[in-house]
Design a protein around this ligand. Structure first.
Ligand code: GRF
Length: 205
């Protein structure tokens, strides 16, 4: 059984897309070993609780630099994981978790990296910046996590045309593609169809 550890900070719609894909056998022989939130009272953690998935909350304001190690230890206590998936997780991981899970941590970002990413580019800020810049296309990126912010190798991307001046409308269009992208990426990892060579990630379709 391929095991996932999922990190969340908010709504958890990407987490739920993965959970539904597992339930519907779109991702096979896979389970969510734990869900970890870095803030209290998230809808994502509530959903994990409803699904009877072991879930934890380690507020980042409280744990600060110790957060990454706490997450690593908790994953180990849950029996380990093959892949960590950051589903709208706003803390930056550091320390041993990055070494122990090298090339096994995924993040999803709501733009076409390397545009509109990095420090301060999260949530609605991303979509506002895309519209302000006048970009004709945006989208989402699933990438591997390294010690930078949104700098790791790209796994897959989906393109969304910019057809609105409303950041909220654009966010709605992008998140539809995010849900497809994160499920696809996790499925490829679970099926062993990913080969990584430096920054190049090959999907063996
Ligand atoms: C998504 O837009 C994701 O790309 C970003 O944070 C948002 C999280 O949404 N990293 P959700 O919590 O999965 O609904």
């Amino acid at each position: 059984m391929y095991k996932l550890a999922i990190m969340v900070s908010g709504t958890g719609s990407n987490f739920m897309s993965i959970a539904n894909a597992i339930k519907n056998n779109i991702i096979q022989d896979c389970e969510i070993a734990c869900v970890i939130a870095d803030r209290e009272g998230t809808l994502a953690q509530q959903k994990a609780e409803e699904l009877n998935i072991p879930n934890f909350c380690f507020p980042r304001k409280e744990y600060k630099q110790a957060l990454s190690d706490k997450i690593y230890d908790t994953i180990e206590e849950c029996g380990g994981a093959d892949l960590i998936v950051l589903c709208g997780f706003l803390s930056i991981l550091n320390g041993k978790i990055l070494d122990k899970f090298k090339n096994r941590i995924l993040n999803i970002h709501p733009s076409l990296i390397p545009s509109f990413c990095g420090d301060g580019m999260y949530g609605m800020h991303v979509h506002e910046a895309v519209i302000e810049y006048g970009a004709k296309v945006t989208g989402c990126t699933v990438h591997l996590v390294d010690s930078g912010t949104d700098t790791g190798p790209i796994v897959l991307q989906k393109v969304v045309p910019v057809m609105t001046d409303s950041p909220e409308e654009l966010q709605k269009a992008v998140i539809v593609e995010e849900h497809k992208a994160i499920v696809e990426a996790v499925r490829y990892f679970a099926e062993g169809k990913i080969e990584i060579d430096g920054r190049k990630v090959e999907i063996l379709y």
